[in-house]
Design a protein around this ligand. Sequence first.
Ligand SMILES: *Cc1c(COP(=O)(O)O)cnc(C)c1O
Length: 409
Amino acid sequence: MNDATAGETIYDELGVSPVINATGTKTRIGGSRIRSEAVAAMRRASRSFVRLSDLQAEASSRIAAATGAEAGYVTSGASAGLALAAAATLAGRDVDRMDRLPDTTGIPDEIIMARTHRTGYDHAFRAVGATIVDVGTNDRRLGTGATNVEPWEIEAAISEKTAAIGYVQKPYTQPSLETVTDVAADHDVPVIVDAAAELPPAENLSTFVDEGADLVVFSGGKAIRGPQTTGIVAGRAELIESIALQHLDMHAAAGVWSPPSALVDVDRLDGVPRQGIGRSMKVGKEELVGLIVALESFLEEDHAERVRVWREHADYLATELSTVTGLETEVTAGHDVSVAPAVVVRVNPDVARSSATDVVRSLRAERPRVFVGADRLDEDIFTIDPCCLEAIEIDYLLERIRAHTARRS
Ligand SMILES: *Cc1c(COP(=O)(O)O)cnc(C)c1O
């Protein structure tokens, strides 16, 4: 037993059911377990004051070292990182534009995306004033053609109204990032990459920068295991500067305004920007420090060993559940749709006691709530992602799934 299975969490004390997380780093159930060294660092950070721009400048140089990018910035999550990245491509160094966003009258405001890259998260682009122009088809998915989007379609959509190209990075996204950055470079258009969940492998911190992305966004609250409310943007110094100017608290008297030169080149600005569109996406000193420390730990971690343990847990769960009548299991390799290996559990509705939907619903209604993956219920499948499970929770999970699936004799 651990805190959750023993009913001893802070959530129990507050009268709220805790969750056994068998579905991976999902924000709605709390993301990941923040590293203890990050929590300790946040506690220390809370004891004294610091100029946030100084702390962001230090984070920038560390993110640059970790990613190979010119600069970096800590945001309040990957989604906020996408919003700030878009704001940077809309406003650049123009203080007036920064002040006007999300009003983009007279400003190039189109972000071009392949239609198959559209996700709920691109609301972040639209929130700061961008208009998404999506191109291509969904032919591959539908089986009606060989490709979804051709490089020429992206190129044809570029005009004087274009602010950026948006790209969602997954191991299987098409066209390749390099194809897109080549087209973009020909027209001097920045490429924003959403790589929120693409860690580990740690090498991915630099891969997309190497492939020509201008800004790459990662979540700090997923595999990095920093504070839930953090994200990282890595990329070109000039765009990171625009992010800083639109994010930092800005009601400073011009005479004493001296942000760190590593982050902001005051001489190239028309004045002190007002509170920008990013001001409502505040990052506190504690979160900033927590993310910096978590990133260092992530870089030092033995990722192969972590994946090996996930795989071991997945294999064990799959073997045990395959003995239940009406359940068939399979373990997918990591890097299919998620970085961790997953157990795919197919419920045969003719033989099993309840449907996949009923199993998922019953597990979620327990105390503690048990969350398994529910993205494939239409196929009578639920999934188990081992990456947020403690070893001590595995048998509890098995017992609860059996309780809802095993036939009573
Ligand atoms: C998780 C995720 C996000 C949002 O990340 P947060 O850090 O929770 O804001 C954005 N895009 C993709 C593809 C994600 O998986």
